[in-house]
Design a protein around this ligand. Structure first.
Ligand code: GLA
Length: 705
């Protein structure tokens, strides 16, 4: 038996290989000591073949096909004119590119197919996997399914996945792992709200600080499938890849096709420790900020302030107010280009509307820049309204199957980016605006799902997705200093592959601070806080009509990339005071929030609590958001996590003291003095005395060594 052991401080992956069979992964879990006798370990931990099955002993290999006798979903489905539907792969070689990077080459002589399984273990603990297939035959090979598979730790019993919709993204759902398949299939043509491509499997009742968990995220912004298989033969595994439509991918001789990357992280200590690995990985490998030393600037986005009502004087006044509360970047949202009076017209005509901006955008941009702020601009490049000059000139540029039927969504169609003339038009338009104007930031929106997406009659979601990436890449090459936000009616295109090309996500169109607690908490499962757009909205939330206190709205936006989504000139004095204070806090703590380790505390129905601990452990900031009123007359102590047990922490609060008199005869001493001391151990076991908070309010706790 040949054995490879990829390992680091957190994780070990053992890959074993016998004779010429495809390698399998007998172990994936917490790091094993290097001295371990791996043959003994594998032989004494691997379950053996029961009676009543085939006389072979099938292993769940790194690339299982129907030929293996597993009777569970294979990684490959395809055929060559009806033949070679069940190829038998043999191990050919492995190539250890770096100590923790392995490429395994498999070949099927009969069907002349080659598969490379790439497996990489990053120092953060994140495992990256991708499969590539090459057709070496002289006949075309039709690919129906081509997936990555990763074994699920044996003790896993429960599944956490995410569903959602417009205004309510990242809604968690828990279920048991059951025999058979649990399938999440996204057909929306973008990452989607309803099936965010991330799941977690774990031991019973896994929580933030407890349980063995493995999270997996498929880095892909098109159709996808993620499937959890639990077979009667004792194998549980996750399959993931792009969801292909009939006929979509046909490999001609020497053509290659790769799955998206599947990123996974294992933790023995619950979800917070798993997220820590993903966050460190994203910071190191996925996001590429143009300037790593530049902080995440405070935004004001004009959408909910003015919608399509673009009046130069009003916008200038809004910019004045923004600068005075501490905003650092002013983003002009939808409504600035020709014909865009409402969301019924104009998409595609990326020329400044001279009715609204007789002298172009320069007067506004100069005004914004003179106030010391950067300027950002909204685009929705992939879209076209039938009521646009572009559509009137090129109705054939629409991504559709039959010209007579393509449903509209928000009165718009999608452009077929696989047509070079469409791609070139968009590059020319964006490039010329970014060249003419001092635009530091793009809010890149995508406001409809794809439907019957075809290029020359063939299914084309996969190609459209890669062309979207090409479009991002082409703009970034021409304008490398411009930061880009990925928005798709809020958080509809949130994934690592788009994050390789962008710098921020608009997590949701919903700025309701109550709804945001769930959205932001679950967003943070796979993404660090600095890429999560979080805005302070108006008193009455535009999307839910809920009325919330300005303190709660502003502190809910603190743990993210902060901004404002409100008409500052219509805000009350109290709101302006709160927003200004929150922006000051954000500027003070953003280095910590955007570089430290996130600690989510297990929430109860009444509250949500989160913190960030500096990498050196010397500084931390926690927030307690009270959602409903407490269920007991004494406020429960808040039990923290992620601290150093032996260290003594100085405790204080940067929250503006409010009037607690109606609920508390006496406040905890550390709040009265705004100073107190407790060890990490006591903070993490006994907990910190808290005041009784109003429902819909937030309290901050700062810890320093
Ligand atoms: C989408 C975005 C919003 C806003 C509008 C503009 O809904 O999510 O933030 O930009 O489009 O049309």
């Amino acid at each position: 038996m040949k054995i490879m052991h990829l390992h680091n401080k957190q994780t070990s992956i053992i890959i074993a290989q016998l004779d010429d069979s495809v390698p399998w992964i007998p172990y994936l879990g917490a790091s094993l000591s290097e001295q371990i006798d791996l043959v003994q370990f594998i032989n004494n931990t691997t379950p053996m073949q029961p009676s009543g099955y085939l006389d072979i002993h099938p292993q769940l290999s790194v690339f299982s096909t129907e030929a293996d006798g597993l009777y569970a979903t294979p990684t490959l489905r395809g055929h060559s004119n009806g033949e070679h539907w069940c190829p038998v792969f043999k191990f050919t070689s492995w190539n250890q590119l770096q100590p923790n990077h392995l490429d395994i080459l498999l070949t099927s002589a009969e069907s002349a197919l080659e598969v490379t399984v790439s497996l990489q273990l990053d120092d953060s603990g994140v495992i990256a996997m991708r499969n590539t297939i090459k057709n070496c035959s002289d006949k075309a090979y039709q690919l129906d399914d081509f997936l990555v598979s990763i074994p699920v730790p044996e003790l896993a019993k429960e599944l956490l996945s995410y569903t959602g919709r417009w205004l309510q993204e990242f809604q968690p759902q828990r279920s048991k792992l059951i025999f058979g398949s649990q399938l999440f299939e996204n057909l929306r043509g973008k990452t989607s709200n309803d099936h965010f491509p991330g799941i977690v499997v774990g031991t019973e009742n896994f929580r933030e600080q407890q349980g063995q968990v493995m999270g997996c995220h498929l880095a892909w912004s098109g159709n996808h499938k993620i499937q959890i298989e639990k077979s009667q033969q004792g194998y549980s595994y996750i399959l993931a890849g792009a969801k292909l439509s009939p006929g979509e991918i046909c490999l001609e001789t020497n053509d290659q096709f790769s799955t998206p990357w599947l990123y996974s992280a294992y933790s023995e200590n619950g979800l917070t420790a798993m997220s820590r690995q993903f966050h460190r990985f994203v910071r190191k490998e996925i996001i590429k900020f143009p300037d790593v030393n530049k902080p995440r600037l405070v935004h004001l986005n004009t959408w909910e302030a003015v919608y399509f009502r673009h009046d130069m004087n009003e916008l200038k006044k809004l910019a004045d107010s923004a600068a005075s509360v501490g905003v650092e970047r002013f983003i002009l949202d939808d409504g600035w280009f020709v014909g865009r009076e409402s969301d019924n017209a104009g998409l595609g005509d990326w020329y400044v509307d001279t009715k609204k901006y007789p002298d172009g955008l320069s007067p506004l941009i100069t005004h914004v820049n003179d106030l010391g702020m950067e300027f950002g601009l909204w685009f929705e490049p992939e879209m076209i309204n039938p009521d646009s000059d572009l559509y009137r000139a090129h109705p054939d540029w629409v991504l559709q199957t039959y010209s007579e039927y393509q449903p509209l969504a928000r009165t718009q169609y999608v452009l077929d980016l696989s047509k070079p003339e469409v791609f070139d038009y968009l590059i020319e338009r964006l490039d010329s605006l970014l060249t003419e104007y001092n635009i530091a930031y793009i809010k890149w929106d995508m406001n409809r799902d794809l439907a019957q997406a075809s290029h020359n009659g063939r299914a084309s979601v996969f190609n459209q997705t890669t062309k979207v990436y090409d479009l991002f890449d082409a703009i970034r090459i021409k304008h490398p200093r411009v930061e880009i936000e990925s928005c798709a009616s809020g958080g509809g295109r949130v994934d690592y592959e788009v994050l390789k090309r962008t710098h921020r996500f608009w997590a949701s169109d919903c700025n309701d601070a109550i709804e945001r607690q769930t959205i932001q908490r679950n967003f943070s499962m796979f993404f660090p806080l600095e890429v999560m757009g979080a805005h302070m909205g108006p008193e009455t939330c535009h999307t839910t009509r809920r009325v919330l206190d300005s303190q709660f709205r502003s502190l809910t936006a603190l743990f993210g990339h902060m901004g404002i989504e409100a008409h500052l000139n219509e805000c009350s004095e109290q709101e302006i005071k709160e927003f200004t204070h929150a922006i000051k806090l954000y500027k003070k703590y953003r280095d910590l929030i955007h570089s430290g380790d996130l600690v989510r505390l297990d929430s109860e129905i009444q509250y949500v609590a989160t913190g960030v601990v500096a990498l050196d452990g010397k500084h931390a900031l926690f927030s307690l958001s009270q959602i409903n009123f407490t269920d007991s007359s004494l406020a429960k102590p808040l039990v923290l996590a992620g601290l150093e047990p032996e260290k003594m922490y100085k405790i204080s609060t940067p929250t503006i003291p409010t009037d607690f008199a109606s609920r508390m005869k006496k406040l905890p001493l550390w709040i009265i003095n705004n100073s107190g001391y407790l060890s990490g151990k006591h903070l993490m076991t006994r907990g910190l005395a808290m005041p009784m908070l109003d429902a819909g309010s937030c309290f901050l706790i700062e810890l320093e060594l």
